[in-house]
Structure formats: C-alpha cells, structure tokens
Design a protein around this ligand. Structure first.
Ligand code: IDP
Ligand code: MG
Length: 149
C-alpha cells in the first residue's frame, strides 16, 4: 500500500476546515496512519519547500506556512499519492475544479489550504521530515474488505 503526506496549512486551520479536510480523505476510503498538530519552524519550512528556494515567492511561502498551527497527516491506500493530489485540485485555486478542496475553499495561490506530496519520492521525504518512524501506526482496519476488492 502506498503512503502520502498531507498538510492542512495555517489558513485551513484558521478557517476551521481541519475536520472537513480529514473527513474527505476518510470518506474516500483512505486510512489515516499518523496525525498531529504542530507549528512549523523556519528550518522545517525551508526543508519542506527546498525545491522552491530560488522562486520569487519563497520568502512569502515560508512566512505563510510558519504563520500558525498546521495539521500534518499520513494517509495510506491504493494509488493514494495521485488520488490525493486530484482531490486537492490545482495549485492555482482559480484553475482548481469545483468539488476539489482548493476548488471549493480557496481563491488565492498563496492561501491554498492544503499540501499533498506530488510523487513517491516526495512522499517518503516529507513523511520523514514530519514524523518519526514510531508515529506511523500499523493497524488493521476491518472496513478494508468493503473498500478494496
Ligand atoms: P503544490 O502545493 O500544488 O505542490 P507547488 O508548485 O509545489 O504547488 O508550490 C508549493 C506552494 O507554494 C503552493 O501550494 C503555494 O502555497 C505556493 N505557491 C506556488 N506558486 C506560487 C506563486 O506563484 N505565488 C505564491 N505562492 C505560490
Ligand atoms: Mg508541491
């Protein structure tokens, strides 16, 4: 089973959307294996968004992501990385399809509510940045036979 990393960004927490966002992934059938609330340090923000270090929006991005508490989670399921990205919607909320999280709740690219890993390599890296190995729970979900054939 594949795993991905999802973050409800500070705007999502401030706007009271944590439950709504977690619920969407749960209802889809993905399994939570880790979940916590934290305030991202500048150092962690720079590591997490390292690929954007040279971009003009980098400084604002770091300020945004460190501006308040976030909720970090790891989700497990078949094809979860791609499906979660599809559920988030386009990075630019104006391009995000209606019904996606960004297409439902966001307008501005600098306040786009959620993060999700974009590849297996990013997922592994980001899970390792935010969670210790013993924070990832191995558990059997009895519902699985009603979600997977
Ligand atoms: P993603 O979050 O959909 O993977 P990325 O291109 O990896 O999108 O960008 C990371 C984050 O940086 C975005 O979610 C958004 O918060 C911010 N960002 C991306 N492009 C811009 C921009 O042009 N202006 C301001 N912020 C941006
Ligand atoms: Mg990205």
């Amino acid at each position: 089973m594949e795993r991905t990393f999802v973050l409800v960004k500070p705007d999502g927490v401030q706007r009271g959307l944590v439950g709504e966002i977690v619920a969407r992934f749960e209802r889809r059938g993905f399994k939570l294996v880790a979940l916590k609330m934290l305030r991202i340090s500048r150092d962690l923000a720079e590591q997490h968004y390292g690929e954007h270090r040279e971009k003009p929006f980098f400084e604002d991005l770091v300020k945004y992501i460190t501006s308040g508490p976030v909720v970090a989670m790891v989700l497990e399921g078949r094809n979860v990385i791609t499906t979660v990205r599809d559920m988030l919607g386009a990075t630019q909320p104006a391009k995000a399809l209606p019904g996606t999280i960004r297409g439902t709740y966001a307008i501005d690219v600098g306040r786009n509510i959620v993060h999700g890993s974009d590849s297996p390599a990013s997922a592994a890296r980001e899970i390792g940045l935010f969670f210790a190995a013993d924070e990832l729970l191995v558990w059997k979900r009895d519902l699985d036979s009603w979600i997977y054939e």
